[in-house]
Design a protein around this ligand. Structure first.
Ligand code: SF4
Length: 221
């Protein structure tokens, strides 16, 4: 249950009734038992909580590191609505990578991600970078954006210190969700990949958790 209503997402919208304080320990135990080498963790938005869920995020990463110190962790965190204290709490538990998805180009925010703000998400990424974290973001294509808008989003992300960018085709989860405007051709993905590499999203250093760009089926994760 998420407090937001992004038009591409199949998670239910509403006010969550629970706050499961035992979740960090259970997540850590699952990762330990499965011997996960690299864990990617995400959450819904918890806008109703004063700290936006920062404390439970912090505890989750801490507990994973306690039980599995060799597991690297990537946290795909929500928009903290410019609560920068919450952001610091969320990203300061020892995770190696912090992601925050832009999801789409600026002109489609109202339609695709109505409770978010393009500039605020960029600032969140910049602050995460300033905090010393490896930063990652992702956008979907095929929602009606132009190529120039995708390139502008790449420019903005590069300017705000984003190390890693993933670009993927949007697929409609149900008929109730926003329609696919276009199935983007692999040649266009190849062009985005080349453009991204020119902007410093570098494939070569991907294995060292530095800048890389993954596009479509070439995703390197
Ligand atoms: S914030 Fe995340 S989980 Fe919530 S509706 Fe948007 S995409 Fe889905």
């Amino acid at each position: 249950m998420c407090t937001r209503s992004c038009s591409f997402c199949a998670v239910k919208t509403g006010k969550p009734t629970e706050y499961d304080e035992d979740e960090p320990a259970r997540v850590a135990e699952a990762i330990f038992l499965m011997k996960v080498k690299h864990a990617v963790i995400t959450s819904v938005n918890r806008d109703e909580l004063k700290d936006k869920g920062a404390e439970i995020w912090h505890q989750t990463v801490k507990k994973i590191k306690e039980l599995s110190p060799d597991t690297t962790i990537e946290t795909l965190i929500p928009d903290v609505k410019a609560n920068w204290e919450a952001l610091e709490k969320m990203i300061s538990a020892g995770q190696e990578v912090v992601s925050h998805n832009m999801e789409t180009v600026e002109s489609l925010y109202r339609k695709v991600r109505p409770q978010a703000k393009y500039d605020r998400s960029l600032e969140q990424i910049r602050r995460t970078k300033d905090f010393g974290k490896r930063t990652k973001s992702g956008i979907m294509v095929g929602l009606g954006e132009t190529k120039d808008e995708v390139l502008k989003t790449m420019d903005d992300l590069a300017k705000h210190g984003c190390d890693v960018l993933t670009i993927g085709q949007y697929l409609q989860p149900t008929k109730m969700h926003i329609e696919v405007a276009e199935y983007v051709h692999p040649d266009t993905f190849a062009m985005y990949k080349a453009e991204g590499m020119q902007r410093g999203f570098d494939l070569e250093r991907a294995v060292h958790w530095s800048k890389f760009l993954s596009c479509g089926k070439d995703t390197v994760n």
